[in-house]
Design a protein around this ligand. Sequence first.
Ligand code: HAM
Length: 418
Amino acid sequence: MERLTGFRDFYPEPVPANEPWSCDLRQHIFGCWRRTARNYGFREYDGPPLEPLELYTNKSGAEIVAQLFNFVDKGDRAVSLRPEMTPTVARMVATSERAFKKPIKWFSLPQLFRYEKPQKGRLREHFQLNCDIFGEADVSADAEIVALLIDVLRSLGLTAEDFVVRLSSRQAWQRFFISRGGNPEQAYEFFQIVDKIEREKPEVSTQKLAALGIALTEVQGFINSSVPEPELQSVLDNLEARGLKAFVKVDYGVIRGLAYYTGVVFEAFDTKGELRAIAGGGRYDQLIHQVSEGKVNLPALGFGMGDVVLAELLKARQLVPSFASTIDTVVLIEDESLRLQSLGLVQQLRDADSPADYTFTPAKSDRQFKKALELGAARTVRLERLSDGTIQVRIKNLKTREEAIRPYDGSPAWFAGG
Ligand code: HAM
């Protein structure tokens, strides 16, 4: 039985041949994500992986809706696996915002599902770090969220030589569109055309833009100008003060495909331009209002960073650490008459939060010792009965090969002092 296309198995290291994903690497990424988000004062939340279909049909935009893993459940409800976290967190905040001091700063590590064509950097499930701020309209929050994105990538060992955050602004694009006589009602249609310009044939973009009364050359002229609009200048100044300016550049070619963005938007890419976007986000000040059907009005902004492209980049830059086993001690059972006492010893170690292992069935002592070396254990521990019937414990440091001998009376006292 094969797994579904676009889905992954996560084996522990060393992974079998042809299995590119490891649970160790996933945990390494999750650890850096969590640590950095907490350093910025963000709190972790989560929500259901299955949501009412309706949560996505109006708010996310056509592209994501076309990729939904949706079905009708046994209670005749139209439901969907979550393709992104933003509508869920918007619903959570809209429902319970009064219980939380503002600004709300939250992060989550959801697994998300999109029925996309599996390809390099795109699968049908992925994990995504989501960091979002609610209740702060000032552009200083935009700078904070971009700084957090940068620091998450730095925490994994990536530098300004490896990635760049391309900064843009939907307000700037909105002003551009209106100043050229665009109809405000068609602004999102216009944004979607701009979003695809890099991937689309020029004739197609020209034709689509012409229908809105805009020339492709004008759009290209604005992209090439790269002049920071005031909101972007403010973000740049803020990041410069932190020493992070080398990680960002103004690039109006970024506009984001999702429907709900309203202000500063950004995407992170590898500097060599070989991979898909590592992360993307921006300000979405109207979404809480929409999700709460007008009851709550809170400005919001954030980003999502996927694990798939990130892992590809870490591998390409040789930034994946080697993952050692987590076992500290292997308890050797050379005298089978001491197996039960040895199990007591294993339990004492585990009770003290010191990872310990042993062989389930009798095995030659050299095989047990080899297993300890293979597991990368720091030491072996072995019980031994003396001729007078007393029992002692031999503790061998596998690095220095030094051995300590202590009396063993069944209590954890032998373990004191490590
Ligand atoms: P997004 O740009 O759709 O934004 O996704 C963010 C990141 O998730 C992408 O840059 C990419 O790394 C990863 N990603 C997306 N789809 C896939 C896929 N099929 N396979 C692998 N990785 C993928 C959002 O989802 C927004 N909700 C982010 C956000 C949070 N905006 C504000 N707050």
